[in-house]
Design a protein around this ligand. Structure first.
Ligand SMILES: *Cc1c(COP(=O)(O)O)cnc(C)c1O
Length: 437
């Protein structure tokens, strides 16, 4: 191996060998998500042949000789050295994500916010900007408008229902177009192929936050997404067990087009982004995933498809039930044929656009009364738990915004957001019925 190839391995692949990627084996290609998840091999044979990936509760890893450790630091000997940069349990989680999505590279981080912040940092520098959908997860809005802004990274917010308007915001310092696959709680869906066309035309990276549409029914690369970000806290953690995040690079973007990744591109080729991300941001900012969390997330991936299917089925049942209910003024779920985004949901998410719906009652007082009477559905702010969770976004998540801002974001005081869990659908309907009556 040439020295350059070896150092690439250390930064990018660590101890995994290419032939261990089960997804690339022809026999695994056409298997179900769950079968593939259960059969991703380890980087090295476990000495006890453990069927569950062990938790490597170790900060540091020993080397045979002084020469070996020096070779590792020079980037010539792939091995784990220190768990902030890489840990065998965390790496196995990354490797599973890579195998399951068919991605070129995957990086696990401490949270969804860590995935977003490190990614934006890795593709831009002070004076640059990104163009983003205007309806975003609250802390992402805060990150873009407050935190990154103070480092000289500007975000220009656009209505993604009008891709042509995005173009007006792009200039020579724009580095990426950013969007969420289904916005929450508006439940709007952008036409990703149209966004991709704009990104390609201007040589920009297309970044998707796909947290609410897990890789079971959404195949980001098929629609032109270059980098996919996930809060694995939500669906992937297996039912709200732990906070985590992931950066998935599909290897589709030409990193020489971005002046910030050009130099890495010369050294690392297709791995320019992940190398810059790992070396300059992930490692140095320190938001790593711990091995204990990685093990929960690994277990979560194995049951993701089962849980997602059940959550989706329940969401459809509840959506149709609420649509017919006399006391319910409005229901939004893009999986329902009545939604203006139904066509895009079919095209982009196989008709399964996550498991969050919103519905409206006559007034905020009616919403509160309803929520207080629920016995099975929990009043909480998370998403994609095994338990169904309900919240009144207007008075909670968006309480810091003015009346006008809330109106602009489509946050009505008559609306509740329901994240549908895996309980029996009949039990959920019964709970809603008794709380409405
Ligand atoms: C929850 C969430 C995040 C943030 O993830 P954390 O793991 O809580 O940091 C980002 N984007 C979306 C769409 C989310 O729902």
């Amino acid at each position: 191996m040439k020295a350059d190839q070896i150092s690439k391995n250390i930064i990018v692949f660590s101890v995994f060998k290419e032939e261990n990627i089960s997804n690339e084996r022809p026999t695994m290609k056409r298997k179900s998500f769950t079968t593939r998840s259960l059969n991703v091999p380890y980087a090295k044979n476990d000495p006890h042949r453990a069927l569950s990936m062990p938790i490597y509760n170790s900060v540091a890893f020993e080397f045979e000789t002084a020469e070996d450790i020096a070779a590792n630091f020079r980037g010539e000997l792939p091995a784990h050295a220190y768990s902030r940069s890489g840990n065998p349990t965390v790496e196995y989680f990354e490797h599973k994500l890579k195998a399951l999505t068919g991605a070129h590279q995957a990086l696990a981080v401490a949270s969804g916010m860590a995935a977003i912040s490190a990614t934006i940092m890795a593709v831009s520098k002070a004076g640059d900007n990104i163009v983003s959908g205007k309806n975003l997860f609250g802390h992402t809005t805060a990150l873009f408008a407050q935190s990154l802004n103070s480092f000289g990274l500007e975000t220009r917010f656009a209505d993604l229902n009008f891709p042509e308007k995005i173009e007006k915001l792009i200039d020579e310092n724009t580095r990426a177009i950013y969007f969420e696959t289904v916005t929450n709680p508006q439940l709007e869906i952008a036409d990703i192929e149209k966004l991709s066309a704009v990104a390609k035309k201007h040589g920009l990276l297309l970044i998707a936050d796909s947290t609410v549409t897990p890789p079971v029914s959404f195949h980001a690369a098929s629609f032109g997404v270059d980098v996919e970000l996930m809060s694995t806290t939500k669906f992937i953690s297996g039912g709200a067990t732990s906070v985590g995040g992931a950066v998935i690079d599909y290897g589709t973007y030409d990193w020489t087009l971005n002046p910030n990744t050009r130099e890495f591109s010369e050294r690392f080729g297709k791995d320019a982004f992940i190398a810059r991300l790992r070396k300059n941001y992930f490692r140095n900012f320190g938001a790593c995933m711990s091995p204990q969390i990685a093990q929960l997330q690994i277990a979560g991936l194995d049951i993701l498809e089962l849980r997602f299917e059940r959550c989706y089925q329940n969401t459809m049942v509840l959506g149709e039930f609420l649509l017919k209910h006399k006391k319910v003024a409005r229901v939004d779920y893009p999986g329902l044929p009545s939604s203006p985004y139904y066509r895009l949901a079919l095209k982009q998410f196989e008709g399964k656009p996550g498991a969050i719906l919103t519905f409206d009652l006559e007034s905020q007082e009616e919403c509160f009364r309803f929520m207080n009477r629920l016995k099975i559905i929990r009043r909480a702010t998370n998403l994609n738990d095994n338990k169904s969770l309900i919240i009144h976004p207007y008075s909670t998540i968006y309480n810091e915004f003015t009346e006008l801002q809330r109106a602009e974001m489509g946050i009505r005081n008559t609306m509740m957001r329901l994240s549908v869990g895996i309980e029996g659908a009949d039990d959920l309907m019964e709970d809603i019925e008794q709380a409405l009556s």
